[in-house]
Write a protein that binds this ligand. Structure first.
Ligand code: MN
Length: 128
């Protein structure tokens, strides 16, 4: 199993979480572009279309919910799978995540297995 040649946009303001995600994704040979804010992420999408977006929900400035609503309403962007990376997955939060248009969800703290399984699922890659 590998994510070789898969382009992932990682939007995460916390440096430790960003590093952790990158470390895992690099093991699987994904090409990761990291940004610290939703605004930077949207700017990146103006020139590059990744295969998948990992979106921290809690971000300073525009949050991950609002950014995902924008992505899902825009032709050319709406087909990109967006995964919510959230600190708390309470019932109310899960409903908001669905309504915002996220395609998947990963709760922090996550295990490497859970993290990659969700990515493989959304990319349609069989994992064992
Ligand atoms: Mn955050």
């Amino acid at each position: 199993m590998s994510l070789c040649d898969i382009k992932i946009l990682l939007i995460e303001d916390n440096e430790m979480n960003r590093q952790l995600c990158c470390d895992i994704l690099e093991i699987y040979q994904a090409q990761v572009h990291e940004v610290e804010s939703a605004e930077e992420g949207l700017e990146y999408l103006e020139s590059e279309i990744p295969d998948l977006i990992l979106m921290d929900v809690q971000l300073p400035g525009m949050d991950g919910m609002q950014a995902t609503r924008i992505i899902k309403q825009r032709p050319g962007w709406s087909q990109i799978p967006v995964v919510a990376v959230t600190a708390h997955a309470m019932t109310g939060e899960m409903e908001k995540i669905r309504q915002a248009g996220f395609d998947g969800q990963i709760s922090k703290p996550f295990t490497i297995t859970n993290f990659v399984a969700e990515i493989f699922r959304l990319l349609g890659i069989e994992s064992e």
